[in-house]
Ligand binder design. Structure first.
Ligand code: NAG
Ligand code: NAG
Length: 609
């Protein structure tokens, strides 16, 4: 941070900034100046915002009061802009890793992942745990032993989704699911198992897909009532076709925050996705349904898209694992291009092992990809060898930032870090990461500009009344950004990347709570209009931004619950292309925490005998 000059901050050159624990860099707490709005209030506000007379003035004050002008728009920086966070491959030296060859098929890759785990027979289903979700290996074991069949699971799945949407529960997990299509896939998979010839360990395993990713035979709504009318879905997205090639049963399109333009998961068109740990709470978003179906036991894995924490954040609020790979690790073909330089397909899973198997199935560039960079090979961690216990990982902690969360989260996450040090001897390294809040604003400006640019052509042809109110407010703000603001945001991206590179020269990962607050209550007035809650919003995305703005991989693991029983997650942010290390660390943490895992209030048992 530098001295305030005229309206904008003058930032010091990166090399002059002290990143040590004693640095005098000032930690800015998010100081959001915008009241929570829902119901009639949001309608009136939208009307003013969209009016040509008041709109401009209102936007000016919104941006000024929320420090966008001072910290981003009029700031002075020396860096050149960085537009796309595509990282050159730097050979990471990793032990205990199995490398995938680029020409392997998805089932071959999945087999490699399975080989990294303990063999099926070696893992006794633990009886001492109070609660465990069924994993991909559990499904495979149940099918192989004949305890159940994919067809029986599909029947149970359909009945459970039906039950979850009844008047009493109203979970709003899915935007679309087609019983006939599910049963057809399940029957085929059952036949393969009957012949003793499943395609892979994923054969017959139910997997749900966020409704932002193309997936046949469904339209891609992006959580809207109109997008699918102006943009047809003609094929599976690349990540979906890879899962299908492994025999997974694609069970439908999960609910999401409209256009991913918010993070509560309250969707006025398809219902507010509800948190399985407490139905009156949000799931978080935008991959709201994907997190909720995994938490509720309907499937061990779901895909989401993470443009501003949209996978990790709902995963943390719903008590499941969330993995967001490095930018460009999973091809983006067939995913709505809402925010192309910050968004990435990500994985929501019951366990770290399930995330690993799914990661192996969907990642890897396309042969036709001419991005000009050499994609590093995909490394998978050998989770079965326990050697990581003795490795001396270093975890960077920026204490002021780490502590900027609710008391329950701070205590629970600090305990988790302390356990990692006690059990494995990993060290915490105290650091300073400057301008976290500046990065959040610059990312907001970037994702907003990209979103409004990519849907501009569609918006011309639709009636505004088809959009939710909160999204209309979002789009008005998004379209107010000017080119100089966008460019400055990209300079901040470059500057932040340099800071993070320096941090990664002294630590393997950065560790943070995943979110600043646990799931908050869904108020009745938000159900029809959606809601604007930028204060809770800022607390939810507080730790997410580097993963998107800088394209870094990150993972969240459930570590406990607050005093109302709502889940808490701990996040690790890694160097570019270091998924293997992240999964290793996540698995070590999971091993320490899983004895405390609790069963959610709403839970469906797909494999019960
Ligand atoms: C769910 O949250 C509501 C509102 O905070 C609370 O009154 C209720 O007791 C919670 N339910 C459970 C099962 O904890
Ligand atoms: C865009 O960002 C939003 C907000 O994080 C996210 O929900 C959505 O999935 C992203 N879309 C893409 C294509 O990355």
């Amino acid at each position: 941070m530098g001295i305030l000059k005229a309206q904008g901050v003058v930032y010091k050159p990166v090399d002059e900034v002290d990143l040590g624990p004693e640095s005098d860099e000032f930690y800015i707490r998010a100081n959001v100046k915008a009241p929570r709005m829902a119901g009639l209030f949001v309608k009136v506000f939208t009307w003013f915002l969209e009016s040509s007379i008041f709109g401009g003035i209102l936007l000016y004050f919104l941006k000024r009061n929320n420090l966008i002008h001072k910290l981003v728009s009029f700031a002075q920086l020396q860096e050149s802009p960085l537009f796309v966070p595509l990282h050159p491959y730097q050979g990471i030296i990793e032990n205990e890793v199995k490398c995938l060859e680029p020409d392997m098929s998805p089932p071959e890759k999945v087999q490699q992942a399975v080989d990294c785990l303990q063999s099926l027979e070696d893992i006794p289903k633990s009886t001492q745990l109070s609660f465990e979700r069924w994993t991909i290996l559990d499904y495979a074991r149940a099918y192989t032993s004949g305890q159940t069949t994919p067809k029986m699971v599909a029947d149970r799945f359909i009945a459970s989704v039906h039950e979850s949407s009844n008047r009493h529960l109203q979970m709003s997990f899915f935007i679309n699911y087609n019983a006939e299509d599910i049963l057809k896939q399940a029957t085929e998979s059952t036949a393969r198992h009957a012949q003793g010839a499943p395609i892979s360990i994923l054969d017959g395993v139910p997997v749900a897909i966020k409704d932002e990713i193309d997936c046949m035979p469904y339209p891609t709504t992006g959580g809207t009532k109109w997008l699918h009318k102006v943009r047809q879905c003609k094929n599976d997205a690349c990540c979906v076709s890879r899962l299908r090639a492994c025999g997974a049963i694609i069970v439908g399109k999960t609910n999401m925050h409209e256009l991913g333009a918010g993070i509560s998961g309250i969707n006025p068109h398809y219902g507010a996705a509800r948190n399985p740990y407490n139905r009156s709470k949000i799931t978080g978003g935008s991959s709201s349904g994907s997190a909720a179906v995994v938490a509720a036991g309907l499937c061990p894995v779901a895909l989401g898209v993470d443009g501003g924490g949209s996978v990790r954040l709902p995963a943390a609020l719903c008590g499941v694992v969330g993995l967001k790979p490095t930018f460009a690790r999973v091809p983006h073909n067939g995913v709505l291009p809402i925010n192309y330089t910050v968004g990435m397909v990500g994985i929501l899973a019951a366990t770290v092992e399930d995330a690993l198997i799914t990661y192996a199935a969907i990642s890897g560039g396309l042969p036709s990809d001419h991005s000009g960079i050499t994609m590093p090979k995909i490394g998978l961690p050998l989770l079965k060898s326990a050697n990581y216990m003795s490795s001396d990982f270093k975890m960077a902690i920026y204490r002021k930032w780490f502590n900027d969360c609710s008391d329950d989260i701070r205590e629970c996450c600090s305990n988790a870090v302390a356990k990692l040090s006690d059990k494995y001897g990993w060290q915490s390294v105290e650091v300073t990461i400057p301008d976290i809040e500046v990065m959040r604003l610059a990312h907001y400006l970037t994702i907003g500009s990209e979103c409004s640019d990519s849907i501009a052509s569609y918006l011309e042809n639709i009636n505004r009344a088809e959009l939710g109110w909160d999204v209309r407010v979002g789009l008005s703000v998004y379209s107010s950004f000017h080119s100089h603001e966008y460019l400055n945001a990209q300079r901040i991206r470059k500057r932040q990347l340099q800071f993070h590179e320096k941090i990664f020269s002294v630590a393997d990962v950065i560790v943070t709570p995943t979110v600043g607050v646990t799931a908050y209550t869904i108020e009745d007035d938000a159900l029809k209009t959606g809601e604007l809650d930028y204060i809770n919003g800022a607390a939810l995305v507080r730790y997410q931004i580097a993963g998107n703005f800088l394209g870094l991989p990150a993972v969240t693991v459930p570590v406990g619950y607050d005093r109302s029983g709502l889940p808490i997650g701990l996040q690790f942010i890694g160097k570019p292309w270091s998924e293997s290390l992240l999964i290793h660390i996540a698995s070590a943490l999971q091993a320490l925490c899983k004895s405390g895992y609790k069963k959610p209030e709403v839970f469906f048992d797909m494999l019960a005998c």
